[in-house]
Design a protein around this ligand. Structure first.
Ligand code: SAH
Length: 328
């Protein structure tokens, strides 16, 4: 039994059954606080860890948007859940090539990942936050969140009754099964905060995650351990727990004042529209011995059977900022 499972069983014995939302929140807080989960030795690999090309496209999209917004001088580059800091590192390189030099602000709850970010970005001046509300007031935002929203907890309902986790048959179990409907107050609150910030100070946010374009019913809670799916109630705190992002709900919550979301585009289509294939060719030509690696990474990021279709991209922007490229 994992240490967190022991703690959860004690909690359930004293408090009674806990909601799926409370379970997911406790598991992920424990999970991320204690480890760097990325890469082949870890539990899962994210797009920026597959290839620098992913973050370079994000950097290029943000830089182009900033140029078309009239190159405002002061800007905050904000990332939600920056992981190892790899996306920031590769995106900043592109941003700086165009003359943009933003202040860097991270929203990150994990002490271990804050240390990893500090180490990878040692020459950078970074401010860390628990949420967006402590950002310094004023400058517009360039905000990025890759695979952040999927880690925020969801509620599940069966026939209108909230689903809970109980202790039964010697382990943890769900108190009911059936047709499941999910929602997520934490995601809604985070998307509304992004919208509220953009409404006051202007700017643009790029949100990339796996999920669906329209709100729909279904159980999407899933867990991954050592690159394999694992039952969500197994090994609490020792495996990543996620649920698909409902982009319709996210766009609605982010539409604060006159802030609006763009259309949702699949990751594969978006990266191709931004020119990832030309970038792959240039990288492969410059490093012929790495050519196979570059094209494999391109396929992983863009092929419909790999990350290309399941992962999606949406932008949120204030009315005085143009929509980033790739959403037309
Ligand atoms: N964006 C990174 C990492 C994705 S994993 C990448 O693409 O590689 C999820 C990230 O969100 C981790 O950095 C994790 O520590 C952070 N995180 C998860 N829940 C959080 C929360 N409630 N508040 C702040 N950060 C959180």
């Amino acid at each position: 039994m994992t240490p967190l499972e022991r703690a959860l069983r004690d909690r359930i014995r004293t408090e009674g059954a806990i909601t799926v939302e409370a379970y997911m929140e406790a598991c992920n807080a424990y999970y991320y606080a204690a480890r760097d989960p990325f890469g082949s030795a870890g539990d899962f690999t994210t797009a920026p860890e597959i290839s620098q090309m992913f973050a370079e496209m994000i950097g290029a999209a943000l830089a182009d948007c900033w140029q078309r917004a009239g190159r405002p001088k002061n800007l905050l580059y904000v990332e939600l859940g920056p992981g190892r800091g790899t996306l920031t590192k590769d995106a900043l390189r592109v941003l700086r090539q165009t003359g943009l030099d933003p202040q860097i602000h991270f929203v990150e709850s994990s002490p271990i990942l804050r240390d990893a970010q500090c180490e990878l970005l040692e020459s950078e001046d970074i401010d860390w936050h628990e949420s967006l509300v402590t950002l310094p007031p004023g400058p517009p935002l360039l905000l990025v969140a890759n695979e952040f929203f999927d880690a925020l907890p969801v509620r599940q309902f069966v026939g209108g009754i909230e689903r809970r986790v109980v202790v039964a048959g010697g382990g943890l179990a769900f108190d009911r099964d059936g047709d499941i409907v999910e929602d997520s107050p934490s995601r809604d609150a985070c998307a509304s905060e992004i919208g509220a910030q953009l409404d006051v100070r202007g700017g643009v946010a790029l949100i990339i995650d796996y999920g669906h374009a329209k709100s729909a019913s279904g159980d999407t809670l899933q867990s991954v351990r050592k690159h394999e799916l694992s039952p969500p109630l197994a090994n609490p705190g020792e495996q990543d727990l996620t649920a698909h992002v409902d982009f319709e709900a996210l766009a609605k919550s982010a539409s604060v004042g006159s802030v609006r979301a763009t259309k949702l585009v699949s990751q594969g289509k978006w990266l191709k529209r931004l020119g990832i294939e030309a970038r792959a060719e240039a990288l492969a030509n410059a490093n012929p011995n790495k050519s196979d690696e570059v094209y494999l990474a391109l396929a992983r990021l863009t092929d419909a059977k790999q990350m290309g279709e399941l992962f999606k991209v949406i932008a949120i922007r204030s009315p005085d900022w143009p929509a980033p490229a790739g959403f037309e």
